[in-house]
Design a protein around this ligand. Structure first.
Ligand SMILES: Cc1ncc(COP(=O)(O)O)c(C=O)c1O
Length: 366
C-alpha cells in the first residue's frame, strides 16, 4: 500500500493545461489570470474587493499595515494558530496579545475584553482548521472598543459563519493558498475587504508602492513585491470552480469519522452550531502527548501520514523567550491542542479503502 499523505492538492489536467498555456505565453508575472482570480473570489465570497498576493503571511502583513498598525500597538490574537499569525504582528513592530482558545480551537471571546488596553488596535481571530471563530461576539467587542477586525481565514476558504463566508465579516479577511489548504496556487494569499480605500492601499503596497490606475505611474510610498504570478493564478482558478464539491466531499468523510471514530482516549473536533467547516484539517485531541506521539508513529508504520496541528504560539522558541508567558495557566486549551492534537488525513481524494484503513488503524491502536 502507498503512503496516505496528510493532505493532497486537487490538481486536474485542466489546471495543468491552463498553467502550461500561461507558461507558453511568456506572460509570467501578475496579469489577466490574477485579475480573473480576484474577480472570481469576489463573486464566490460576495465581497467587493480581493487582492491576490504571494502568501497568506504577506496578506496578513499588508492588512495590518493598511490598518495603520505601528510599533507599540497591540493586536489580540489566539494563542493557538500557525505562528505566522503572531509573526506578522511582530514584523510591523506591534505586540501580539495572546488569548486562549475554546474547545473548538478558536479564540475564546469571553477572555478578549480583559486583554484590551488603550494600545489595542486590532482583534485578529483565526478560523482555525477551517472552523469559524465566534464573529458576532468579536464584532460586537470590536465595535464597543473601536477596534479593527482582521480575520485570519488562512485555512477557511469556503467555511461559513452562519450564512456568511469566513473572511467577509471583519474589516479584512486573509486567506492562504498554500498546498495544505482546500485550494492552492503553490504559495499564495488573498486579501478581501469591502472597503475601497483599504483595497487600494493593499494593491499599492503589494506592488512597490505604485498606486493602481494612476497615470503617469507614481511610486507613492515604500512598498513590497508581494504579487501573485499568472501561472499560480491559472492553477488555482480551476480548483475554485470545484471548491463547493471539495467541501461537500470532505463533509461526507468527516461524517464517517464522527460515526466510526469512538474512544475514551481522544476527543473529536467540536464544531459550534454557527460554523460550517471546509474541513481544512481534522484534528483529534489525544489523552496525553505520549499517546499522541505513539499514535502518530503507529499510523506511519501503517503508511498513514498524520501531523501536529497548530502551535501554542507562546511555546514557540521566539515567543517563549520574548514574552515568557505561563502557557499552562494562561492558555491551557491552546497548550492541550498543541501537545496532544493530531491532524489525520481528510480530503476529497481519499478512497473508501483509504478511509477504512485509517479507521481500522486508529480504532485498533486503542
Ligand atoms: C492560521 C494561519 N495563518 C497564516 C498562515 C500563513 O499562510 P502562508 O503559509 O500562505 O503564508 C497559515 C498557514 O498555514 C495559517 O494556518
Amino acid at each position: 500500500m502507498k503512503l496516505i499523505p496528510l493532505a493532497s492538492p486537487n490538481i486536474t489536467n485542466i489546471a495543468i493545461d491552463s498553467v502550461v498555456s500561461v507558461l507558453r505565453s511568456g506572460m509570467l508575472v501578475q496579469g489577466k489570470f490574477t485579475n480573473q482570480l480576484e474577480n472570481d473570489i469576489c463573486s464566490y465570497l460576495n465581497v467587493s474587493h480581493c487582492a491576490a498576493v504571494s502568501s497568506g503571511t504577506a496578506s496578513l502583513q499588508l492588512a495590518l499595515i493598511s490598518l495603520g498598525v505601528k510599533p507599540g500597538d497591540e493586536v489580540i490574537v489566539p494563542a493557538l494558530s500557525y505562528v505566522a499569525t503572531a509573526n506578522v504582528v511582530e514584523l510591523v513592530g506591534a505586540v501580539p496579545v495572546f488569548v486562549d482558545v475554546k474547545q473548538d480551537f478558536t479564540i475564546d471571546v469571553l477572555l478578549i475584553e480583559e486583554k484590551i488596553t488603550d494600545k489595542t488596535k486590532v482583534i485578529m481571530p483565526v478560523h482555525e482548521f477551517g472552523i469559524a471563530a465566534d464573529m458576532d461576539a468579536i464584532l460586537n467587542i470590536a465595535e464597543r472598543h473601536n477596534l479593527w477586525v482582521l480575520e485570519d481565514a488562512a485555512c477557511a476558504l469556503g467555511s461559513k459563519y452562519k450564512e456568511k463566508y469566513c473572511g467577509t465579516l471583519g474589516d479584512f479577511g486573509s486567506f492562504s493558498l498554500h498546498p495544505r489548504k482546500a485550494i492552492t496556487s503553490g504559495e499564495g494569499g488573498l486579501v478581501v475587504t469591502n472597503n475601497a480605500v483599504f483595497d487600494k492601499k493593499i494593491r499599492t503596497l503589494r506592488n512597490h508602492g505604485i498606486e493602481p490606475e494612476v497615470q503617469p505611474m507614481e511610486f507613492s510610498e515604500a512598498g513590497f513585491n508581494y504579487r501573485l504570478t499568472d501561472f499560480q493564478s491559472a492553477l488555482v482558478l480551476d480548483q475554485l470552480t470545484s471548491l463547493d464539491n471539495i467541501i461537500a466531499k470532505r463533509n461526507d468523510l468527516a461524517a464517517i469519522y464522527y460515526q466510526e471514530l469512538k474512544s475514551n482516549h481522544f476527543k473529536l473536533p467540536v464544531i459550534p452550531d454557527y460554523a460550517s467547516s471546509n474541513w481544512q484539517t481534522f484534528q483529534i485531541i489525544l489523552e496525553s502527548e505520549k499517546t499522541r506521539n505513539s499514535l502518530k508513529d503507529h499510523l506511519l508504520r501503517n503508511k498513514i501520514q498524520s501531523n501536529y496541528g497548530a502551535q501554542c504560539i507562546t511555546e514557540v522558541k521566539f515567543f517563549k523567550n520574548k514574552y515568557q508567558l505561563d502557557s499552562l495557566n494562561e492558555f491551557p486549551n491552546a497548550l492541550e491542542a498543541y501537545n496532544q492534537g493530531l491532524a489525520i488525513p481528510l480530503y476529497e481524494k481519499l478512497t473508501e479503502e483509504n478511509i477504512n484503513h485509517i479507521l481500522n488503524c486508529i480504532n485498533n491502536f486503542f
